[in-house]
Design a protein around this ligand. Structure first.
Ligand code: GDP
Length: 456
């Protein structure tokens, strides 16, 4: 518990959200490269999913999880992850679907935010239009009759980035983020991975307390005893305090990104702590409502920049006709496990043009039912995406609330009883099972009965 005697101000944890290609990675790279402290982090940032900068004697922690992960972390845990969000909008593109999603997420999690209008160096950048776009979406910037701080930046040239960091410092001061460094550590899992050489490594960010080497650590689905603790520079340390990113080895199984962790030396206390965590209890608890969402999300992969551009053009063409096609990530290279993870967390399909899929990625996709479309002819890929879009947009013929499940499951067959609440249910038709708006299974009706009589 943070009491008046124990409370100390901790550094802000910051996340950058926005539409694909608007410059999130470029900005986060620019901030890292131009900061002396963060520069020392080198390659380990990818493993932890966060880094620190020190500026004018103040520390800031930036969440830097690969691609769409940051967003899905926010959707799972929202304010549990970040203290302040930067909503980034490209001035040559304005507010786009994922800008709106990000905004929705920021609002639902009540996360304080500032706006970065990026790409001001690009020809065709229109800051004024972007500002009014934002106003149309309920974001009233300072100077536009509102009080949301904003800064025009170029993540590429660095213009405006220092001013943006000043705004962040100010926002953090206003938030007065307190913590108790004497407490046992609690925080959020950002990344988790396993390889033959280093075993299981878990990246976390500490929200309160001090994490110590040899602590027992527990999340909702995994636990362990800390063997090595590394800071964001990759140095082995004995302990790390509030807001610090940390890389931990010692977990016995992989926790999921977005889960909360508690650490200490009392196993029973840890269990209780984790059980009471709203976010850990149900990842869907604070998830945005995606119920009945008729959108096909895509992650695009291509063998080279030129073919990626071609793929983006094709998708833009299909998307123009239907507003329901959202590209959440795009990149060059084969389809890897990370792409599939991003697809799982972003509820997306992966479309690959002229690329192969790694074996690990293939296994993960098969196990998690992630749709992967790969073609070497762009026209074929276009057709495949169109077909998938049609399926995604298909309205159901009817909806049935499942009220009872009868007997044991025989092979893949299961008898259920229920009540038709919308439209009609027909024998031999395909169905999808949802729980709280999430698809959890699918199948085909083999027989249909009403009052114990076969029915069509
Ligand atoms: P993300 O998907 O939001 O992470 O976007 P990226 O950081 O990958 O940027 C997408 C593209 O826009 C890349 O080619 C960047 O080099 C480019 N880009 C990002 N920020 C700027 C900017 O401020 N100015 C210019 N000219 N290009 C930028």
């Amino acid at each position: 518990m943070v009491t008046d005697e124990t409370k100390t101000i901790r550094p802000p944890i910051i996340v950058i959200l926005g539409h694909v290609d608007h410059g999130k990675s470029t900005l986060i790279d620019h901030i890292r490269k131009t900061n002396l402290v963060a520069r020392e982090a080198g390659g380990i940032t990818q493993a932890i999913g966060a880094y620190e900068i020190v500026r004018k004697d103040k520390t800031f922690t930036f969440i830097d999880t690969p691609g769409h992960e940051a967003f899905s972390l926010m959707r799972k845990c929202g304010a549990e992850v970040a203290d302040i969000a930067i909503l980034l909008v490209a001035a040559d593109d304005g507010v786009m679907p994922q800008t709106k999603e990000a905004l929705d997420c920021i609002k639902k999690t009540n996360t304080p935010f500032i706006v970065a209008i990026n790409k001001i160096d690009v020809q065709g950048a229109n800051v004024e239009k972007t500002k009014s776009d934002l106003a149309q979406n309920g974001v009233y910037l300072e100077g536009m009759g509102g009080n949301v701080s904003w800064q025009g930046v170029s993540a590429k040239t660095g213009e405006g980035v220092e001013e943006l960091l000043d705004l962040l410092a100010l926002a953090a001061e206003v938030e007065e983020l307190t913590c108790d460094p004497k407490a046992d550590a609690e925080g959020v899992v950002l990344t988790s991975m396993q390889d033959a050489r280093s075993g299981i490594q878990v990246g976390v960010v500490i929200k309160n307390g001090t994490l110590k080497q040899s602590n027992i650590i527990k999340t909702e689905t995994a636990e362990g005893k800390i063997r090595f603790l590394k800071n964001f520079k990759g140095e082995t340390v004995q302990e790390l305090g509030p807001s610090a990113p940390a890389l931990i080895s010692g977990f016995t199984s992989l926790p999921n990104p977005g889960e909360l962790f508690a650490a200490g030396n009392d196993t029973t206390k840890l269990k209780e702590k984790i059980a009471t965590k709203e976010c850990a209890k149900s990842a869907s608890g604070k998830t945005l409502d995606t119920k009945n969402e008729k959108i096909l999300r895509l992650i695009l992969k291509a063998d080279e920049t030129g073919s990626l551009e071609a793929l983006k053009d094709v998708v833009a063409k299909i998307g123009k006709e239907k507003e329901n096609l959202h590209v959440i990530e795009a990149g060059v290279g084969n389809i890897t496990e990370n792409d599939i993870k991003a697809a799982i967390s972003g509820k997306a399909a992966v479309a690959g043009f002229n690329v192969k899929i790694d074996k690990a990625a293939k296994n993960l996709a098969a196990g998690q039912n992630v749709l992967v479309l790969t073609e070497n002819i762009i026209y074929e890929l276009e057709k495949a995406i169109q077909t998938r879009l049609k399926e995604a947009l298909r309205e159901p013929m009817g909806t049935l609330d499942v009220l009872a499940v009868f007997g044991e499951r025989k092979g893949k067959e299961q008898i259920v009883g229920g009540k038709v609440v919308m439209g009609k249910i027909m024998n031999q038709s395909a169905f999808e099972i949802q729980r709280e708006g999430e698809k959890i299974g699918e199948g085909k009706i083999l027989n249909l009965q009403m009052k114990k009589e076969d029915a069509r």
